[in-house]
Design a protein around this ligand. Structure first.
Ligand code: HH2
Length: 337
């Protein structure tokens, strides 16, 4: 029987003696929820955890692309797709895209996530050449003009990943976690580039049809653990792996909420966690906001819940709004120390 241990994340200034630091950061825990599949959940003192579990939960995470994982980082989205739901691909012309990328970093994003294939529900696959044509010139233009922000390439395809890295991208963001193109593992291992492995159930074209899980939190945990092990077996360094529960990718509103409530479980895998909730459909559904671009307040609210549970990278579209919220949240947390 597999046991899962979810640290109960705390940010309160009244921190008991012996409380443990979550992923080496300022968030602490002294109790964990012990979870069994189809069994009862129980709360236990953190001191009773097996040593190897404690070690993975508390170890500071290594820097990613020179960015500290002891403080949350903001990843700004630049979609280069004509059909992207969130900005409608209005940033397609290279100079406009470069200008927009600069604005995103000036507003406070410390990573730029750039994608040439929409993975929104119902989206069709884009051929490799087209995806390279959409992304590589923008990466090159940014680098040629001296723009130094870490660029993450949001692609499921190894040839796109290679071309983007050659052009100056820094991080790989594979929303299929090797399911679409197993060669992605080799690209990460050979180049040493950090890679984000995200959970998705099914393909974007069909993933929202009828997603079913036994226990969504535990199923996603097991999936990420298996993909993490696959990456390690391919020679990827553990310190360069980021994990993401994949909010909205083959998930109902209830699935998304269960994952967000249980986010801190994923620290047990010993890697930084990336959370992408910005402008997603469940926010529109729950807050009755049909227009994706009007979902910043809900996105910020859910993003802050992610930070409270120790998420290290927050992926967002409305950078100014997220930046302001994160600065204030951080100031309150820091002043407690
Ligand atoms: N969400 C989207 C795309 N890429 N990558 C990670 N790691 N995590 C996510 O949650 C994630 C992601 C979907 O959002 P968006 O980019 O705004 O839409 P589109 O699919 O149109 O590019």
């Amino acid at each position: 029987m597999t046991l899962y241990h979810r640290p109960i994340a705390q940010t309160d200034a009244a921190r008991p003696k012996g409380a443990l630091p979550l992923a080496g950061g300022p968030i602490w825990f002294d109790r964990v929820e012990r979870i069994e599949r189809n069994g009862p959940r129980a709360i236990m003192p953190a001191q009773e955890l097996p040593d190897d579990v404690t070690e993975r939960l508390i170890a500071p995470r290594a820097d990613i692309a020179g960015l500290s994982m002891a403080r949350p980082q903001l990843m700004g989205v630049l979609n280069l797709t004509p059909d992207s739901f969130s900005d409608g691909g209005v940033f397609n012309a290279p100079d406009i895209a470069v200008e927009r990328a600069r604005a995103i970093t000036a507003e406070g994003a410390s990573i730029l996530d750039l994608g040439g294939e929409s993975t929104r529900p119902g989206a069709e696959t884009v051929p490799v050449d087209a995806e390279i044509e959409r992304t590589v010139p923008i990466i090159r233009a940014l680098r040629d003009s001296g723009h130094e922000v870490p660029i993450s390439i949001d692609t499921r395809k190894a040839p796109v990943a290679r071309a983007a890295l050659e052009a100056g991208a820094t991080i790989l963001n594979d929303v299929s976690a090797f399911s679409f193109d197993p060669d992605m593992a080799r690209v990460a291992a050979q180049t040493g580039a950090p890679i984000c492995l995200m959970h998705a159930q099914g393909d974007p074209a069909t993933m929202q049809d009828d997603p079913v899980y036994d226990d969504v939190l535990l199923d996603v945990y097991d999936f990420l653990q298996a993909r993490l092990e696959r990456a390690l077996a391919a020679g990827v360094d553990r310190s360069q792996i980021i994990l993401d529960p994949g909010i909205g990718f083959g998930k109902t509103v209830a699935h998304n909420l269960a994952l967000i409530r249980g986010l801190s479980l994923f620290h047990g895998l010993g890697c930084p966690i990336l959370l992408g909730v910005s402008r997603k459909r469940f926010i529109g559904t729950l807050a009755d906001v049909p227009e994706a671009s009007a979902r910043a307040p809900g996105s910020v609210a859910v993003g802050l819940e992610g930070l409270r549970q120790g998420v290290q990278i927050l992926r967002a579209h409305d950078i100014k709004e997220h930046r302001q919220a994160m600065l204030l949240w951080q100031a309150i947390l820091d002043n407690q120390q």
